[in-house]
Write a protein that binds this ligand. Structure first.
Ligand code: 5GP
Ligand code: MN
Length: 394
């Protein structure tokens, strides 16, 4: 399947969709059609002026951009778009959708961490960037966000890295998306060439402050076929050949990971890169749907109780946590029971259970300045109900 991959999106949806639509119009070969767009953070799903106050950024970048028209339904994403969060986001909106969901029709957020299956591809994501001082803490940020909270809400938490780390490396991942790069990735590509373009990276590399240690752990443990990232505003390729550890996959096709660091978007959408993924021939990709991942649901069911909304450090279990066949069987029968019929008639079995739901006014609405603090989102409630988990109380 042909996929368009985007680095920091910065709200430039019109430019990206125009660019991708043009590429698709230039060929009649159905195998050359871009079917999916993956965005690696700094997406900026800003709905209204209040959301803009929930985004960390210097004043000169405080613009609404094109998202409100997609949120209002005036424009529709022409191609299914999946994104993770970065460090410039409508942090209040993304917090509503902690476990993921639709931020607008055809635009899906993977959550603080998430795994989905789409068109036969299995894709995981980790939102945010590494921040040493926040890594172990709970999700304490509440609106109104002060300056400190604005800069901590997007920091990657160890809990989410731990959860992704519970996936079995033998279950193939086609790609992992992160915003900042996994620590140490620069050593697996043309480091000299990178430093020639970005000499400013040298200092942080020298003091080992370059990249995300959580990402580094997940890369070596999960050994995805691809790792896609943004944030550093430069194109960089690397190939990580994994040493055969105890956990390492023994299948021949997954001993190396291709890393692609993407440049940021310019206004003409030129940041889009095309990646061809191998998909099983049996998969029909014309009508792509977001399918939930059984193993990931089992991980969440087993670890949701660790989620804390206080400032305290989250104590992770000392004993190894194992996802058992019983855990997977529970998820399978629950998903069969709850999706694909009844209330979710329009959904396939295992499909993401909800549609987009508007929870705030959009720019241009009469009530565009109405402030709604610490909103929940019916999509999150429905997802937690599906897994028979308690709702997140903030
Ligand atoms: P953002 O797009 O999130 O505002 O910021 C990313 C910018 O910070 C990029 O220009 C990137 O090159 C720079 N940056 C992020 N992390 C590091 C780092 O560890 N070292 C250096 N030198 N620059 C960084
Ligand atoms: Mn960034």
């Amino acid at each position: 399947m042909r996929v368009a991959v985007v680095g920091c999106t910065h709200g430039a949806l019109d430019a990206i969709y125009e660019h991708v639509t043009q590429i698709n119009a230039s060929t009649t070969n159905e195998h050359e059609q871009i079917q999916l767009i993956l965005c690696c953070g700094d997406f900026e799903s800003l709905r209204n002026p209040h959301d803009l106050t929930c985004k960390a950024c210097p004043p000169k970048y405080r613009h609404m951009n094109t998202f409100p028209e997609y949120y209002r339904g005036e424009k529709r994403a022409p191609i299914l778009t999946v994104f993770i969060g970065g460090n410039h986001e409508a942090s209040n909106y993304l917090r509503e959708l902690y476990y993921g969901g639709w931020v607008a029709p055809n635009i899906f957020y993977l959550g603080v961490a998430g795994v989905i299956n789409v068109g036969g591809l299995r894709i995981a994501g980790l939102s945010g960037i590494y921040g040493r001082r926040r890594y172990h803490h709970g999700f304490f940020e509440r609106e109104p966000y002060d300056d400190k909270m604005l800069k901590s809400i997007y920091c990657v938490r160890e809990l989410n890295v731990f959860q992704l780390g519970l996936l079995k490396p033998s279950n193939r991942l086609d790609a992992i998306l992160s915003h900042d790069w996994p620590r140490g990735i620069e050593r697996h590509g043309d480091l000299g060439g990178l430093l020639a373009v970005r000499p400013d990276f040298q200092t942080s590399i020298d003091v080992d402050r370059f990249g995300n240690p959580g990402g580094e752990m997940l890369l070596s443990k999960l050994q995805p076929a691809n790792w896609l990232a943004g944030h550093m505003h430069v194109h960089f390729e690397a190939t990580v050949v994994h040493a055969d550890g105890e956990d390492a996959s023994t299948t021949d096709d997954q001993v190396s990971t291709r890393f692609l660091g993407l440049d940021k978007c310019s206004s003409n959408g030129a940041c889009v890169e095309i990646v061809d993924f191998e998909t099983p021939a049996s998969v029909q990709t014309e009508d792509l749907r977001i399918m939930m991942d059984e193993e990931w649901l089992a991980v969440l069911r087993k670890t949701h109780h660790l989620l804390s909304t206080t400032r305290h450090k989250i104590r992770l279990p000392r004993e190894p946590v194992e996802i058992t066949d019983e855990d997977l069987a529970w998820v399978r029968s629950r998903v069969e029971e709850k999706t694909g019929r009844g209330e979710c008639d329009s959904k396939l079995k295992g499909e993401w259970p909800t549609d987009f739901v508007r929870t705030a006014p959009a720019l241009g609405d009469v009530d565009e300045n109405e402030v709604r603090l610490n909103m929940g989102n019916p999509q999150t409630d429905a997802f937690l109900d599906l897994l028979e988990l308690p709702h997140i109380v903030t």
